[in-house]
Design a protein around this ligand. Sequence first.
Ligand SMILES: CC(C)(COP(=O)(O)OP(=O)(O)OC[C@H]1O[C@@H](n2cnc3c(N)ncnc32)[C@H](O)[C@@H]1OP(=O)(O)O)[C@@H](O)C(=O)NCCC(=O)NCCS
Length: 172
Amino acid sequence: MEFTDGLVLLRPLEPADVPAIAAACVDSEIARFTTEVPQPYSEAHARAYVAHAEREWAAGQQRPLAIANARSRAFLGAIEVRLSDPGSIGYWVAPGVRGQGVATRALVLLSRWAVTEGHVERLELTTHPENVASQRVAEKAGFVREGVLRSHIRFREGRRDSVLFSLLLSDI
Ligand SMILES: CC(C)(COP(=O)(O)OP(=O)(O)OC[C@H]1O[C@@H](n2cnc3c(N)ncnc32)[C@H](O)[C@@H]1OP(=O)(O)O)[C@@H](O)C(=O)NCCC(=O)NCCS
């Protein structure tokens, strides 16, 4: 499955993406703000992630995709939605291509699909309270900020709060 708005393309992850995934995932912001990217990160993690993504598409509720340049198909980041009730969505963008609207475009594409064709009635997005860039992305993509979940998840340094956003079909 592929989605595009003409500038950003969401496409399946490919074995050819492994070096770009491994290079991006050593970034300290990804380590600090994402809960599912292992640290330290190696090419073996990237290979396992691509293989896992293929299986998820075949079997599960999870829909992981590469965020790519629509013209060149070059890898820019990753985005993943869980088609559950409530659904959830998460993303990261490689450090060298941040600040150009890539995450926002990707989030708009996949979240709109999830609440329409994916039949997710409530789509949630949570961020670290200090992750201002991701909160900005959520707001730009039309998600509604609902509040702070106290001591929400156990993370590397201990439990942490999360800022909760949601998107309903009626928001778009
Ligand atoms: C969060 C992340 C995905 C954003 O990707 P991106 O492609 O740069 O996002 P966009 O360009 O669409 O938008 C970023 C917005 O945040 C703003 N921003 C970036 N850094 C910021 C900061 N430190 N303080 C305030 N705003 C900031 C940008 O100015 C932009 O907003 P604007 O369009 O109003 O100017 C990227 O920084 C990333 O991968 N971070 C590490 C992993 C992560 O945090 N994932 C999300 C977990 S919830």
